[in-house]
Design a protein around this ligand. Structure first.
Ligand code: GN1
Ligand code: MG
Length: 345
């Protein structure tokens, strides 16, 4: 259980088969309408199952999403006496996840998983999914919340906090670019995963091939850019988002190339010309946005993300801000990679 929001357990049954499944307690401070989360989970897993029946994968490949396991009474959620919401999901066997990417093959596989996910959901109308987290990944909304938190709680005087405050002011100028493009009708909402960071991709233990995407709670209508940006900001940071050495965090463009290659090979038909124009912005905005979300939570007293120590969310924020800086300083190289790949795909 390494999630920042829900509590997750792997249960092994004490039977001869040692059957395993995932047990989760949903964080209802974040997911205020758990029944909508479960509805989306059902819609998406059913849709993908039907698509794969009609259009099988390449030979030797598998692609699994967690399946809902029901109680004996056929319920998909159980509320305990303390009011906590629990649910059970299938465990994807013979696969593992990593917090950081080891090499370009793995990067391609990570991109492939997200590309396949978007491809398989491309014909599911976005309105079939509930908006379980209104405002999720809408960066200007996080800026408004930040302003409120800052006005209410103030900020300390450490150099780290000062750096964060300055960084947010710089980012404020361009942070709304995806939402503006959507308002202008250039980008439109589709089914998205919402949280396709590296360690939500399951890789086959034997072959290293991507075999599934987990953590479907944030599935909802949104811009595919949020997903692509999130996959790249997590995948191209070799130190990982939990490093304490935030000063040396950098974005690795060659990993971005490999992730995008894997992604586009599956999802090229899902992207319009406008979509492609905003790929660089997506990477920059989502790294900045996550930094802003961690920073705001630090200022608010760690009320959203689980924190191991009081400055945990501050360090996490600085990691994302340094990553954003590295993305900005390599803008020409990253744009060149996106351009080269758009000829190939
Ligand atoms: C949270 O709980 P977890 O680790 O799956 C967060 C994501 C962040 C991520 C950063 C609902 O995901 O948006 O990108 O932390 N989920 C929610 O690790 O806020
Ligand atoms: Mg998640």
């Amino acid at each position: 259980g390494s999630g920042n929001v829900n509590d997750t357990f792997l249960v092994t049954l004490d039977t001869p088969e040692k059957w395993r499944f995932i047990l989760q307690r949903l964080n209802t401070e974040v997911f205020r309408r758990p029944e909508l989360v479960m509805g989306n989970l059902r819609t998406v897993t059913e849709h993908v199952r039907h698509r794969l029946q009609r259009q099988p994968l390449d030979p030797g490949r598998r692609f699994e999403l967690p399946r809902l396991l029901l109680t004996r009474d056929g319920l998909d959620l159980v509320v305990d006496t303390a009011g906590h919401f629990w649910r059970a999901l299938s465990f994807i066997e013979g696969a593992e996840t990593f917090d950081t990417i080891k090499g370009e093959n793995q990067a391609q596989e990570v991109g492939r998983a997200l590309g396949l996910f978007h491809h398989l959901l491309a014909d599911l109308p976005a309105h079939r999914l509930a908006d379980t987290l209104p405002g999720f990944h809408v960066t200007p909304g996080y800026l408004r919340h930040y302003d409120e938190v800052l006005a209410k709680h103030g900020a300390g005087r450490s150099p780290e906090v000062a750096y964060g405050l300055r960084f947010v002011e710089r980012g404020r100028i361009w942070a709304g670019v995806l939402e503006e493009a959507q308002a202008q009708g250039k980008l439109s909402r589709r089914p998205i995963h919402g949280d396709p960071k590296v360690n939500n991709v399951m890789l086959d233990t034997a072959t290293g091939q991507a075999v599934g995407l987990i953590d479907l709670d944030t599935v909802k209508p949104g811009l595919v850019h949020y997903d692509i940006g999130d996959c790249l900001r997590s995948g191209c940071n070799p130190q990982g988002e939990e490093t304490e050495h935030w000063e040396t965090v950098r974005f690795e463009p060659e990993l971005a190339r490999a992730i995008l290659q894997g992604y586009l090979a599956q999802a090229r038909d899902c992207l319009t010309d406008h979509d492609r124009v905003y790929l660089f912005e997506a990477i920059r905005v989502i790294a900045f946005e996550l930094g802003l979300r961690f920073f705001t939570d630090y200022l608010a007293g760690n009320v959203y993300f689980k924190a191991r120590q009081p400055d945990h969310n501050l360090i996490r924020a600085l990691v994302q801000f340094k990553l954003t800086e590295s993305i900005e300083s390599q803008e020409p190289a990253i744009r060149a990679i996106i351009r080269e790949l758009s000829f190939e795909f």
